[in-house]
Design a binder for this molecule. Sequence first.
Ligand code: FE2
Ligand code: FE2
Length: 262
Amino acid sequence: MLSAKSLFQEILDNDESFALFCSIAASGESQGGWENARIAALVPETQRDLAPKITRHGADEDKHGRIFNALLKKRGLEPVPVPPDTDYTMLLERNGIGLAHDKLERDEPLTVQDIVTYLAHSRVTEQRASEQMDLLRKHFADHPDVGRAVKMISNDEDNHLAYCHEELLRLAYAGHGRAIQRTLRECALTEIRVYRDVSLAVMAHMGRILGWPKPKAALLAAGIHAVYLYERLGGWRRTVSLRMPERRNALGGPATPEPEAA
Ligand SMILES: [Fe+2]
Ligand SMILES: [Fe+2]
């Protein structure tokens, strides 16, 4: 039967598909790490309490990148080039979501609106990360090779999501509610489209590597389109709601170091 678990098991069992999976994941994580490190360096004076949390956010993402690379190494594999059509982080940036890399490369302080943009972008993408890692944790928490990594990353992504809720609510109380709602909506509607396109691309690459028969590939593509339809018809709203999280100040400390060999 075709399930998320059997699909991921198949990807995990083949060296080539596993290398592609880890390489895509590592690249997305380290781009996130770079972006957050730059944002932390450019935080405006009025938001300076946020800087250590953004630094921690970036440190976590960098750590996730290293964990995925360590998983490859453990299996004696090298990272492979990431096909551009599977590069979620780059495609989001190209679609105008989050802060443009040009802006982050300059040495000018950001504005509060930029911080809203960063947090809204993170609110939406961390929802995705948290849901995906949750799915992996559900099925692979006890897996001998990837279990520890999956549990750690999943826990971190839940922290990131909690942090975004808390900080966006703080800014909403400070009078930025409208800007937050508008930015969240824009982000969410673009993100679901980019996520659909990236999912189709990843599945097409995996299908070629694993030699999936046409009907299987078609069924998977139909599933991805169905998810998009659900999200477009209202599912996207789950990624823009704001609720005070149970875990407060989730990023208020140093990053926990990764286990030695992932
Ligand atoms: Fe991450
Ligand atoms: Fe994250």
